[in-house]
Write a protein that binds this ligand. Sequence first.
Ligand code: HEM
Length: 497
Amino acid sequence: MEYLVLITSSLFFLILVQYLFGLYARAKLPPGPIGLPFFGNLLQIGPKPHRSLAKLAEQYGPLITLQLGSVTNVVVSSSEVAREIFQKHDADFSGRSVPDAVAGGLQNHDVATPWISAGDQWRTLRKALSIYLTNPKKIDKLQELRLKVVSKMVEHVKEISKRGQDVDIGKLAFTTALNQMSNTCFSVDVADFSSNQDVNGFHHAVNTIMEVDGKMNFADYFPWVKKFDPQGIRKDAKAAYGWLDQLCEKFIVQRLRHREDNLPPHGDLLDSFLDFRQENPVDFDVKQIKVLLMDLFIAGTDTNSSTIEWAMTELMIHSDIMQKLRKEINERINVKAPLVEADILELPYLQSVLKETMRLHLVVPLLLPHKTETNVKLNGYTIPKDTRVIFNVWAIARDSDSWESPEKFAPERFLSSEIDYRGRYFSFLPFGSGRRMCPGIRLAERVMSLMLVSLVAHFDWKLPNNMLPEELDLDDTFGVTSQKAIPLVLEPAIIDY
Ligand code: HEM
């Protein structure tokens, strides 16, 4: 009995000390709600953190502190604070911490670009990526492959239409985005539009990874819990990463043989990585290439397809915008001839529709969490080294100080404005800003533009079962990426030219 009292009182004492220490440490940090001992503010973050953090920002301001278990977080919710950070303290805020799901999923193999801090290894990986992804000439080389993928998508939807069936737009866009990524990486289609088998494997793996990497994982907030994996997150992550690992391994082995046989190069990302490895054999090995490829599949598939599902949802609600977009496409593009990406990227209304979709439906609503690399003075506060920093770009893109009628879907707002998504306009950061900004923008804008032009130009879309546009549900889910909660299903009718 005495023993039990001793343990209980020691535990109570420890929690009290941690709590008091927390209060002291917070004195120089930005304001925020006082949390519970031990849990901190964890219980104030609901299943949709972008929304609950926006509510807390209304109460406590654009720069707040939240204690989540043992991890101190600072949340940024205004374009002014984001500007201050990205323009004046980018390097100090460029760290990352590896979520337990990623570390467990990859079994602590080299963790790739999105999750490592901005040190030498990250610089090498970003360089390997940027040789290809930021070079329009290299990206243009594979344009033919991307066009083939979208024309297969169009043919598939035509078949569905002839059979009088419906299309799950999210799944269709996912299969298309997946084949776009597999062609970019390996010059092959990995999924067949008419068979769900491969797609389901990928869909499951990518969705699981996005979900578990973004989930409130107790192991990230209470490190001593890691061993027990109480939510089963490590287990799920390991299975999903393992699935992708095997697939990427297969393609790398094939390509190494292809190169040994001196066969002609493909000019894709894998070739570019293997060339880079020859020049940097010490810093960049085949294992790193594999993890990098896995990360690209994860980063570049769901993001593109989810944006297209949201764009089509908004176009179904706003039929006038759909008509206007179709008119622009028909007037400026010959849709009977093969598409040319450079022409599509120049369509002002199409690009405005995509921007407005990304403003209202941020598929990465909190960016990936950053981490301070040193003690930083910001707006009169001191943010200690190793503080986790969350950018609520979802809230920033709906801030009425920056956007007129922010809840309204109005692509016109971008027609007469210079605002773009390349990290220079801090009220609109769907790809982030600064050194951790998404390196896939050039590819993403090509893939999304091709998909949307093809869906709008070739088909007239109707909601099934006489559903009215105003009945469409706009609820979203939360993970690393935010998805449409209820899939958009539409009936296609072929437009004959
Ligand atoms: C609509 C499409 C996409 C969106 C909205 C998007 C958005 C983002 C965002 C918000 C970040 C985190 C930025 C930060 O934390 O500051 C990110 C990181 C990243 N994205 Fe994308 N992305 C998209 C497509 C792609 C594509 C197609 C690729 C690859 C081909 C890609 C590769 C990456 C990588 C490697 C990172 C990690 C960068 C780093 O931490 O250094 N993304 N992306």
